[in-house]
Design a protein around this ligand. Structure first.
Ligand code: F6P
Length: 324
């Protein structure tokens, strides 16, 4: 009997832990006599039929590596029906029994459309540093990104306190303030400016000047890149003239997307990867696997493709008493 074959791909912005998920998929598949094909550069590889077989030797060391050994891309062609039709041809030509996709919102939405148009078994894993996918408490890479941001904030706190400057630290999150909020809390910052909550400049200046008057030496404000008041550099300019303090800006940028994944991300990726293979074997499709209150859950693509803000929930439950 022909061996069962599953294709896998990583798509969109990479996130630390994607490699750990790939490794878990391969390791779960091998004892079940399933062949795993890794498509190169996400949906682009699926469209072009560009793939490579993955075995235990290839994936053995990758649990501790950031990035994705099968590369990733934001594939414009897959947004079009024509591109998806070409991708389905690859799926058929290679006689695949299923496809596992790892990525963020765009990846899940693409997978949903693809599976609505074609007879295909497809399972998604939430992989994005932004942690903004509906139906899961955590996404692969979020914990590592927060820790990267927190460690940078810790270092900036040292110089901020010593030189008595006002630091703005810009973290990633075009639409999501989760990295900003969590790293600001963990790093003991003075404020977090996030897209989910409108930023009131006067209020921010008032708060910071109160802290200075109370004798605080050196302040740190964490800014999500998508904050409504602008990027950190603009916000620093706006505050500089009103407070008698030197401002400095640090943009952490893509440092947050790389690096060795934390134990928590490796653990999550491994659970999700193994489960994805099991679901394909069971013939399940159009499902993203998430984690809710410590348990793996099956989230229909129709739900997972909606953006979800945990930040809003934290506010509505009164958990966050305005750091913002
Ligand atoms: O992958 C999510 C993310 O890192 C966002 O936080 C950020 O806004 C965006 O990707 C940056 O994308 P790119 O690397 O394509 O500029």
């Amino acid at each position: 009997m022909a061996k069962m074959k599953i294709g896998i791909l990583t798509s969109g912005g990479d996130s630390p832990g994607m490699n750990a998920a790939i490794r878990a998929i391969v390791n779960e598949a091998i004892p079940l006599q399933i062949e795993i094909l890794g498509f190169i550069e996400g949906y682009q590889g699926l469209i072009q039929g560009n793939c490579q077989p993955l075995d235990s030797k290839i994936v053995q060391p990758v649990i501790r590596w950031g990035g994705s050994i099968i590369k990733s891309s934001r594939c414009a062609e897959f947004l079009e029906r024509q591109g998806r039709d070409r991708a389905f041809k690859t799926y058929q030509n290679l006689n695949l029994s299923g496809l596992i996709v790892i990525g963020g919102n765009g990846t899940v939405t693409g997978a949903m459309e693809f599976s609505q148009e074609n007879e295909i078994n497809i399972i998604g894993l939430p992989g994005t540093i932004d942690n903004d996918i509906s139906g899961t408490d955590y996404t692969i890479g979020f914990d590592t990104a927060v820790n990267t941001a927190m460690q940078a904030i810790d270092k900036i706190q040292d110089t901020a306190n010593t030189m008595e400057n006002l630091f703005f630290v810009e973290v990633m999150g075009r639409h999501s303030g989760e990295i900003a909020l969590m790293s600001a809390i963990a790093g003991g910052a003075d404020a977090a400016l996030i897209p989910e909550v409108p930023t009131d400049l006067d209020n921010l200046i008032h708060r910071l000047s109160q802290e200075l008057s109370a004798g605080k030496e050196g302040l740190v404000v964490v800014v999500a890149e998508g904050d409504d008041l602008g990027k950190a550099i603009e916000i620093a300019k706006k505050t500089r003239n009103k407070l008698n303090i030197t401002t400095k800006v640090t943009v952490l940028g893509h440092t947050q997307r790389g690096g060795s994944p934390t134990a928590r991300d490796r653990y999550l990726s491994t659970l999700l990867g193994a489960k994805a293979v099991q679901l394909i074997v069971q013939g399940k499709t159009q499902i993203m696997i998430g984690i809710k209150e410590g348990k793996l859950v099956e989230v229909p693509f129709t739900q997972a493709s909606q953006k979800e803000s945990h930040v809003q929930k934290m506010f509505s439950q009164g958990i966050i008493r305005i750091l913002t």
